[in-house]
Design a protein. Structure first.
Length: 160
């Protein structure tokens, strides 16, 4: 299933405006980076259906939105080790992710997860557009994710 040691996974609901930024992000990025850097997955709101993908990769870079009261476009990188390390639930997909992480921990199959979360101001139901505040910040997020993917790929290819 894997062709790279790194999976870049976008999470969110494409039909809810900025809440779908992870999905927009991963679909844009896979068209812009060099082949072989990473595998890409639009995880949408899948939750437990992502288990087989997360079990298959040693390194996961996850991108998601959060309603945390910070200015829209604020980027934070979190290294979650437990479900409590994920940001507060914004919609049902995050409840699924927290349960998924607990399941991976119980099975002893927890990958190395790097979670990039971007603050959003609100959810826009029935909108596929990202707000200007989010659009303007995507290039910075892309640079950070690409840099991390290159780092993880180069370390994965080195002998132990």
């Amino acid at each position: 299933m894997t062709s790279s040691p790194v999976l870049i996974l976008g999470i969110g609901n494409y039909l809810m405006g900025d809440e779908g930024l992870g999905v927009h992000f991963v679909n844009q990025l896979k068209e812009e980076v060099e082949p072989g850097l990473a595998d890409f997955l639009d995880g949408g709101t899948a939750g437990f259906q992502l288990m087989e993908y997360l079990e298959s990769y040693p390194n996961i870079i996850m991108i998601d939105a959060t309603l945390d009261g910070k200015p829209a476009g604020t980027i934070q990188k979190v290294k979650p080790r437990f479900s409590k390390d994920f940001p507060s639930a914004m919609s049902t997909h995050e409840i699924g992710l927290k349960d998924l992480v607990e399941g991976l921990l119980l099975l002893g199959k927890m990958p190395d997860i790097h979670l990039f979360i971007m603050s959003i101001e609100k959810i826009q139901p029935l909108s596929t557009l990202l707000s200007p505040e989010i659009e303007i910040t995507l290039p910075k997020l892309k640079r950070e994710v690409i840099e991390l993917a290159r780092h993880l790929s180069s370390h994965a290819s080195q002998p132990a």
